[in-house]
Write a protein that binds this ligand. Structure first.
Ligand SMILES: [Zn+2]
Length: 87
């Protein structure tokens, strides 16, 4: 198994959707490849953090804040004039 296939399987592995054979090959690659092993550890951590935030209902608030922050960075007037120039 190569790194690319391992990364595809990684998201499935997090949801425990690997077949026995896939899991065996996946774990075998992780044992041989420190890079993928580290990435899988990070992915598991991230998934746990997201789950925790959902349980504590903190995620929606931070999501709203980041969307609001994004909104202040875009400049509708600049985009409008660009569109006008193209016409
Ligand atoms: Zn790898």
């Amino acid at each position: 198994m190569n790194c690319n296939k391992t990364r595809v399987l990684m998201s499935c592995a997090l949801d425990c959707e690997l077949s026995a054979r896939e899991e065996e090959e996946f774990l075998k690659h992780l044992a041989e490849c420190p890079e993928c092993a580290a990435e899988f550890t990070e992915a598991k951590k991230t998934k746990m953090i997201i789950r925790e935030k959902i349980v504590r209902v903190k995620a929606p608030q931070s999501l709203v804040e980041s969307i609001l922050r994004l909104g202040t960075h875009t400049n509708p007037q600049a985009e409008g004039s660009l569109l006008f120039d193209q016409l």
